[in-house]
Design a protein around this ligand. Structure first.
Ligand code: SF4
Ligand code: SF4
Length: 451
């Protein structure tokens, strides 16, 4: 039986004010066990798959590389190293375009020779031998260095370098480490499956990360719609100091600031960071990568991706190498359905539509959602009826209709006054708007104008 966490355990209320309840549509892939995507013929590795400075290539055309070898180095503090997920030869440099519209330098590696496949790869990435009572085995600096060397970034989609977050910090001490297993975005099930199939590596990573930041409390937060994940994670946390909090399912609870409010009743100041309120947060996939980096000294080379939606013939959750193409994943999932109409990197709320099947999986690719013509049926945009619903649901207490108007008028002063920077583009306002006004696109345009 699912038990919501009680307010006597934490000061939060089990969810947050505002937000929406879009159809979850997790049914396409939630029962599909993680499968290993066969090693592709080549991988395309953008040199900037993270927030921060791009990394510098360490290899050039014609060089041989081996599995896990560092091929790009991030010199800046906010940057992340890049490692090859295959053995092969660097074929060329290329400029590619990601679904978010960014043009990036990339290394193309042709796979050659023996590769790690199937069960061996799955064990390598998703399991660790970790005695639960050995928290003292690793010191904070060693853990931080391992995270940094492994090129780990936030795998929930934000792709913020993890060594910047999980760092011993005397100036801003961390009381609570939150491991984010909410996965509130409709359709996506990668984190859910990871919690079901690999709970031990998540708990190991949580204990290691808590050691690194010297947190006095570690909580794995999961939404109530992930019943088996809750059971398996609770089992894995037995006899450990890690707590499990079950939150009522609501969108966009998985967003960092919103989850901190829902779970701990703490407000991260505008423009601030979770560390300003004594919190560090990492996604479950990220924290599994932390365990692998520290215990096995292995870098981030693969990630779990949901390939889902009515527009894909056999929805699956795949363990895919970074740099594999979206087209290869679609092919492995039986191809596109006849009425497939839109490809989205991520989920439908916060993802980006794209149409190039050569688009590579990056560290931040949590899913590939394929929508059909039926899914896209919508009425045409009409005038704002001033119903105020967009403001009612905005978890950041913004007035989206006003920001959108300011953006349409290209009035950057007004955009700023209405706090456009606080919008994290969750899409709740656009979802609820009866006039079908493309509020998020307008807000994105406003932000571009400001930049
Ligand atoms: S204004 Fe931004 S944060 Fe608020 S609901 Fe709309 S997209 Fe979400
Ligand atoms: S929800 Fe749509 S129609 Fe209603 S106030 Fe906001 S923008 Fe206008």
């Amino acid at each position: 039986m699912i038990r919501f966490f009680q307010s006597r355990e934490f000061p939060g209320r089990g969810t947050f004010a505002r937000g929406i309840h879009p159809p979850e549509r997790k049914n396409f892939s939630e029962n599909m066990a993680i499968e290993v995507l066969p090693t592709p013929e080549k991988v395309v590795m953008p040199l900037q798959q993270h927030i921060g400075a791009p990394c510098k290539p360490l290899v050039k055309k014609g060089d041989l590389v081996s599995f896990g070898q560092m091929i790009g180095k991030g010199d800046a503090f906010v940057s992340a190293a890049l490692h090859s997920p295959v053995s092969g030869t660097v074929q060329k440099d290329a400029v590619i375009t990601l679904p978010n519209g960014r043009h990036l330098q990339a290394l193309v590696i042709k796979t050659e020779g023996e590769q790690i496949e199937g069960g061996t790869l799955r064990d390598e990435v998703l399991s660790v031998n970790w005695p639960k009572d050995c928290q003292g085995l690793y010191d904070p600096e060693g853990i931080h260095t391992a995270i940094h060397n492994a090129g780990i970034v936030g795998l929930g989609g934000a792709a913020f370098p993890t060594h910047v977050k999980i760092i011993p910090n005397v100036e801003k001490p961390i009381q609570t480490l939150v491991i984010n297993g909410c996965e509130c975005e409709p359709y996506l099930t990668a984190d859910d499956r990871l919690m079901i199939e690999a709970p031990d590596i998540i708990v190991a990573g949580a204990i290691l990360a808590a050691t690194a930041v010297n947190a006095s409390e570690t909580i794995i937060a999961i939404e109530s719609n992930k019943r088996q994940a809750i059971i398996n994670i609770r089992q894995a946390t037995k006899n450990t100091p890690v707590k499990v909090a079950v939150l009522k399912t609501k969108y966009p609870q998985g967003s960092e600031k919103i989850l901190i409010k829902a779970l701990l009743n703490l407000e991260v100041p505008l423009g601030g960071l979770p560390s300003d309120v004594g919190v560090a947060m990492s996604n479950v996939g990220t924290i599994a990568a932390v365990a692998r980096a520290v215990i096995k000294e292995q870098p981030l080379t693969h990630r779990v991706v949901s390939v889902t939606g009515a527009g894909i013939r056999q929805p699956k959750n795949l363990l895919a190498p970074i740099g594999a193409s979206m087209g290869e994943m679609i092919e492995f999932c039986g191809g596109l359905a006849r009425d497939a109409a839109r490809l989205i990197s991520g989920g439908p709320m916060m993802g980006f539509a794209f149409n190039d099947l050569n688009t590579p999986v990056t560290k931040g690719t949590s899913g590939l959602t394929v929508l059909t013509r039926d899914d896209l049926k919508r009425t045409a945009e009409t005038s704002c009826v001033r119903c105020g619903r967009c403001a009612d649901v905005c978890p950041m207490h913004l007035v989206p209709t006003r920001i959108a108007l300011a953006s349409r008028a290209k009035d950057t002063v007004l955009c700023k006054r209405y706090n456009i920077a606080a919008c994290f583009e969750c899409g709740s306002c656009a979802y609820i708007c009866p006039a079908k006004i493309p509020l998020v696109q307008l807000i994105r345009t406003g932000k571009t104008l400001l930049r």
